[in-house]
Design a binder for this molecule. Structure first.
Ligand code: FRU
Length: 517
């Protein structure tokens, strides 16, 4: 599925606002109880994913573990469930699973470099203080604009804010940007989403960009103090001409939200463009600061965009992504909420130099008692047991391992009652041992001949996050009709003797009111 975010994004700017929050409530993120009640009983609203109390969210911004707490910030529109007027909203957690809303951390400053929006960025710690680097946008004449689409002309500059608040609720901005313009001599198509990191005596920073007619690019900067930055070079860019890539024929392509980090014995670059997120892994020459990609892939084949990483308390690399809506704007505006955060995903480097993506074990605390298939030699008995497995109220987890021998099979997830609609179908065919089909989309896997196929799924309201052997991920949105949540069941087509194990857990909600408070 392809979402053209830029068209989508700018078609929304300036549209009439449908505000579900009162002015005073905006500041505190507390909802009117009638609105909260409606959101809390919406069967499509997730129960164990992080999302704002109401309204629109997109990219994760500046996730950071600080003073024993996980802080998550994200792109947020306080005016309703549609993109626009970007703020940074804030939530805190002790375990990356249970969250508390803390309200808006960053808001546009009238007359400031971020007067028309606080776009995406990063949080780092310098001398014990947390610092945000983010993109401020403001309307300017077209000649100075870095975003121009005919209807809008916005200047993107890189801004800095600091916090001395142990809870990170209050922020002080530098009045002027720390990078006021893109590098001279490069015809950029965009200039946003700064992502700094510390390496030796220097801070380095990537910025998402693109070169007119050529395609997406990542700019690399360096600094001694996070305040004065020097452009070094282009760290990575689309190879060849954009016109040669049928699915990316946008002459103004931008590689959004790039991030560069060490993982195992490699370096990884992630970036997002035209509704999909990608990774490259390879080596960094630390003196020249040049990156040589050796492998590449897609971070998620479904609805997942603009991810951002952090180190958890054990220094494990965690990836968070924005899971967008795939339903119509009118529908999510009317629902009063749009977008959610993915579950925390653990990134590791495989022995083959390719990325591995799993889900943080912290999620296991939400599991209710396991329902496990006791695989017997009797196909009918196995089918009977599978018929009895239930995911209640659209909230559960499934793990399935199956042999990749001579037999094809299909695993489907479907409504358990009269409404037996299929939510998702996974197909494996030994004629194509290097791929798995998810609702017809082929996900590549590279497995030893003897390795089982390992499927891991989380189902939550209207979202399914699926992982195949930690090598491929696919996030799907499914919108049930009606006003109540029902149960789901599994269906296996093919020989049940292929199944090595199959377990289902119902999942406990992370709050009593679907995080509306
Ligand atoms: C990615 C993105 C970023 C930008 C932000 C604005 O989804 O377009 O490039 O900073 O969203 O909300």
């Amino acid at each position: 599925m392809k979402i053209d975010r830029r068209d989508f994004l700018f078609s929304l700017v300036g549209t009439a606002t449908l505000s579900v929050l009162s002015t005073s409530a905006r500041a505190s993120s507390l909802l009117d109880s009638a609105v909260a009640g409606r959101l809390a009983s919406d069967p499509r609203r997730p129960q164990f994913h992080l999302l704002p109390a109401a309204n629109w969210m997109n990219d994760p911004n500046g996730p950071i573990y600080f003073r024993g707490k996980y802080h998550m910030f994200y792109q947020y529109n306080p005016n309703g469930a549609f993109w626009g007027d970007m703020h940074w909203d804030h939530a805190v957690s002790a375990d990356m699973v249970h969250w508390k809303h803390l309200g808006v951390a960053l808001a546009p400053t009238p007359g400031g470099p971020d007067a028309d929006g606080c776009f995406s960025g990063t949080a780092v710690v310098q001398d014990g203080q947390v610092i945000f680097l983010y993109t401020g946008v403001r309307s300017v004449a077209e000649a100075q604009a870095t975003i121009k689409d005919g209807a809008h002309s916005l200047l993107e500059t890189q801004c800095l804010a600091t916090s001395n608040d142990p809870e990170l609720k209050t922020w002080t901005k530098l009045p002027a940007p720390v990078i006021a313009a893109p590098p001279l001599g490069i015809a950029v198509t965009g200039f946003r989403d700064p992502s700094p990191w510390r390496q030796g005596d220097w801070w380095y920073m990537t910025i998402g960009s693109g070169i007119e007619g050529k395609g997406g690019a990542v700019l690399l900067y360096k600094s001694k103090n996070l305040r004065h930055w020097e452009f070094m070079h282009i760290l990575a860019q689309r190879e060849g001409s954009i016109a040669a890539v049928p699915e990316h024929q946008d002459a103004r392509e931008v590689w959004e939200c790039p991030e560069f980090f060490a993982l195992g014995d490699k370096h990884v670059l992630i970036y997002s463009t035209s509704g999909k997120s990608y990774w490259m892994a390879g080596t960094l020459e630390p003196h020249a600061m040049s990156f040589h990609a050796e492998t590449a892939g897609v971070l998620d084949y479904g609805s997942f965009y603009a991810p951002k990483t952090q180190l958890d308390k054990a220094e494990i690399r965690i990836l968070w992504g924005w899971i967008p809506e795939t339903r119509k704007i009118e529908e999510y505006k009317a629902a009063g909420w749009a977008g959610l955060m993915s579950l925390p995903r653990v990134l590791t480097m495989g022995g083959d130099g390719r990325l591995r993506i799993g889900v943080a074990p912290e999620m296991n605390q939400l599991r209710k008692p396991e329902q496990a298939l006791d695989v017997t030699a009797d196909d009918e008995k196995n089918q009977h047991q599978i018929d009895g497995l239930r995911i209640e109220q659209y909230s559960g987890e499934i793990m399935c391992a199956a042999r990749r021998d001579a037999h094809p099979y299909e695993l489907s997830l479907r409504g358990a009652g009269v409404d037996a609609e299929i939510w998702l179908t996974v197909k494996y065919d030994p004629l194509h041992p290097g791929q798995v089909s998810i609702d017809g989309t082929q996900l590549p896997v590279s497995l030893d001949e003897k390795a089982d196929l390992e499927l891991h799924l989380y189902i939550d309201g209207s979202v399914i996050e699926l992982f195949v052997n930690k090598q491929a991920a696919c996030t799907k949105r499914v919108y049930c009709p009606g006003n109540s949540a029902h149960d789901l069941r599994l269906q296996w087509a093919g020989k049940t003797s292929s199944i090595v194990n199959l377990s289902v857990w119902n999942m406990a909600p992370i709050s009593a009111d679907r995080l509306t408070n």
